[in-house]
Design a protein around this ligand. Structure first.
Ligand code: BEZ
Ligand code: FE
Length: 284
């Protein structure tokens, strides 16, 4: 590093010295140091700088109230999971967190336990029986539980024009902390690749797939809202999730079951089943 480059970095760092907000000062000064160190490390060319500006501009143009390409970029760089882990340290008895993803929509109504949320979607029938507890295992009654997942073709309802609410629902845990529902077993699917992030993955030879999973968001007064997934065991993408969201604790075993009945009295034959317990962490 030349003396003048060193001076430049220190000059820019010093320009934030009078920021009234000490946290803003800390963040901006650290950002400048790391950004300058990065450019020096790779000896960034002018052409590469222009390409990066063009990439970020296209990323911004791809964003609107339905599409957030910057979050997708953060996800594919592992940045979302890094920030998630800084803010949700593991604690005994609490379920680990993972990315929210772009397909969450608050469900329109509360569904009774044992509802079938799959509508007319084709796929292998799935039964989920779960509990919500405190870290010490005590059941938590009255927690809201939002569930959403993709269909057998790898699409969420919101990705299909004109599609009605499907493969998503809200449940409320009962006195024993339990909730349950019927659906279909999700399949692996690609994250959206029609924007700059998709081009970046292609340019570096990375695939866009996420391993099959069901999303859960679980909340109750006095507890941190849990944002997590359950991943289906033996999925070929568990080791190479495009957004780095897999944690071993969240990979579940499915059992093969013979039959059951939905809340509306429909009989289900052979199906796969997930039995799981979610631990919420008390607000510190
Ligand atoms: C998802 O699982 O829905 C998702 C997460 C991050 C990026 C794209 C999709
Ligand atoms: Fe997903």
């Amino acid at each position: 590093m030349t003396t003048s480059t060193q001076n430049l970095t220190e000059q820019v760092v010093a320009s934030f010295a009078n920021a009234e907000n000490p946290r803003l000062r800390q963040v901006m000064q650290s950002l400048v140091r790391h950004l300058h160190a990065f450019a020096l490390d790779v000896e960034l060319s002018m052409a590469e700088w222009e390409m990066a500006i063009g990439f970020l501009t296209k990323t911004g143009h791809m964003c609107d109230d339905k599409r957030q390409e910057f979050i997708l970029l953060s996800d594919t760089l592992g940045f979302s999971m890094l920030v998630d882990s800084i803010n949700h340290r593991s604690i005994e008895g609490a379920t680990e967190t993972t990315v929210l993803g772009p397909f969450y929509v608050p469900p329109l109504k509360v569904s009774p336990s044992e509802s079938d949320i799959s509508g007319d979607a084709a796929g292998t029938p799935l039964h989920v029986e779960a509990r919500v507890t405190a870290p010490d295992g005590q059941p938590l009654a009255g927690a809201w539980v939002d569930v959403w997942h993709s269909d057998d073709d790898g699409y969420y309802d919101v990705q299909k024009p004109g599609q009605v609410e499907n493969l998503r629902a809200r449940f409320i845990s009962d006195a024993d902390g339990r909730f349950s529902f019927w659906s279909i077993v999700p399949v692996p699917y690609p994250i959206p690749t029609d924007g700059p992030v998709g081009k970046m993955l292609e340019a570096v030879g990375r695939h866009p797939y996420r391993p099959a999973h069901v999303h859960f968001m679980i909340g109750k007064d006095g507890y941190d809202t849990l944002v997590t997934h359950l991943f289906i065991e033996d999925d070929p993408y568990l080791q190479s999730d495009a957004v780095f969201g897999v944690k071993q604790q969240l990979v579940v075993h499915l059992t093969d079951e013979a039959g059951g009945t939905t809340s509306s009295g429909e009989v289900r034959g052979a199906h796969r089943k997930i039995t799981h317990s979610f631990g919420l962490r008390p607000i510190a």
